[in-house]
Write a protein that binds this ligand. Structure first.
Ligand SMILES: Nc1nc2c(c(=O)[nH]1)N(C=O)[C@@H](CNc1ccc(C(=O)N[C@@H](CCC(=O)O)C(=O)O)cc1)CN2
Ligand SMILES: Nc1ncnc2c1ncn2[C@@H]1O[C@H](COP(=O)(O)OP(=O)(O)OP(=O)(O)O)[C@@H](O)[C@H]1O
Length: 192
């Protein structure tokens, strides 16, 4: 566990240190990877996230999906079920409010809620990944729980998004960790 703690600190620091220019360039290159992959470009409903703490910023990708007519959803912390996420529709005029981590999310409105199994792709934020698709997140287990269905062959395909500097040679794994089948960095489109 200390290992994971140290990895989180080190990589979070590295991604926060990227310049605004590097961040912008990374976000733009990601769109090219997505546009060139049919199963991602043709998706009808995708979950993305709003960048926090130096994460690769998916907003340009969100704008691109909006321009394609794709429905975009964002994670919202479940109010009653700790550690779980809901996915709510995100449009250009959606009202956002900061959650307890300071990350903006759509205001809870049952009409905007989509059962997660109806998503085609869940783009997944992460802190660190390795060359086998193992990931470490912010530590809440939110995405591990969300992706538990994927491991059983159900539910939407997770696709990690990360900066190149978030790659490590190997990541210590726990039984509940769900390895990613796909991950995109500016330099590489990984598929396992
Ligand atoms: N952009 C984004 N949205 C996301 C996630 C994410 O990783 N990235 N999540 C993915 O799970 C969920 C939120 N999980 C989070 C877990 C911990 C912290 C965090 O900043 N923790 C503090 C200490 C805890 C506290 O302040 O109470 C820290 O580590 O500094 C933030 C988000 C849902 N939304
Ligand atoms: N499928 C699950 N069911 C129940 N508890 C889980 C599950 N997945 C993870 N957890 C719990 O969540 C805690 C945090 O897990 P972990 O450190 O792997 O989070 P993470 O992958 O870094 O975060 P995230 O998934 O939010 O990005 C663990 O202590 C574990 O007990």
């Amino acid at each position: 566990m200390t290992d994971r703690h140290q990895i989180r600190q080190q990589i979070r620091q590295a991604r926060r240190a990227l310049s605004g220019t590097e961040q912008q360039a990374a976000s733009e290159v990601i769109i090219r990877h997505v546009a060139g992959a049919e199963h991602l470009a043709q998706a009808g409903k995708v979950a993305l996230y709003l960048a926090n703490d130096g994460e690769l910023d998916p907003q340009p990708l969100i704008d691109w999906y909006w321009s394609q007519g794709t429905q975009v959803y964002l994670p919202v912390l479940h109010h009653f079920s700790p550690g779980h996420l809901l996915f709510l529709r995100y449009d250009p005029d959606t009202r956002l409010i900061a959650n307890r981590f300071g990350i903006p999310e759509p205001k809870l409105d049952i009409r905007l809620l989509l059962p997660k199994q109806e998503l085609d792709v869940i783009y997944t934020p992460l802190v660190a990944f390795d060359s086998r698709g193992n990931r470490i997140g912010m530590g809440g287990g939110f995405y591990d729980r969300t992706l538990a269905a994927w491991r059983q062959g159900l539910g939407p395909r997770p696709v990690g998004l990360a900066h190149n500097c978030q790659q490590l040679p190997a990541i210590p794994t726990d039984s509940w960790d769900i390895p990613l089948p796909e991950l995109i960095t500016p330099d590489q489109h990984w598929r396992w």
